[in-house]
Design a protein around this ligand. Sequence first.
Ligand code: FE2
Length: 200
Amino acid sequence: MKTLKDLFLDEVGDMYDAERRIVKALPKLVKAATCEKLKAALQAHLKETEGHVTKLEQVFQSLDQKAKGKTCKTTVALLEEGGDIVTEFKGSPALNAALISAAQKVEHHEIASYGALHEWAKLLGNSNAADLLEEILGEEKAANATLTELALKSSDKEALGECGCHNDDSEKECSDKQPATVRRGIKPAGMNRKRAGALV
Ligand SMILES: [Fe+2]
């Protein structure tokens, strides 16, 4: 009969595999991003993700188990899809929006997984593991929130063609730039909404 502890170990192995795959995949997303703030956010999350691998090894230790990954099919599929998007949207104004969406799909899977793992660790009375998993969960949620903010403030507008700054090599960020349409004197749809000033 399989127990909650078996399920917990199985899922920790799944996430151990997922995090190690993400550590390998994130540098490709960092390289592909043309928005400097997105690059920085992904780079920062790469560092955190390396820490998640270490924390999961500590979770294994708390169970007197050797760290062992089990292929995370969800992450394999999400990263494969993300890789395809990078290729398909290279050079497109929608590239950064596509990268954010791909990264957020990974984050949402991680948030769901760590949310369950954290609860199971508490149910199993493993406070050491519960604390480690809570720390990882907090960082995944924060990374996801940062990506949402970047999408809303810049990348989605860029994808709509309302901000051309990422297409110009001399302008690395849109934070202090007017949207391309505004610079050209064109009033884009929704101009009355919070816009140029709201760009990242
Ligand atoms: Fe993550």
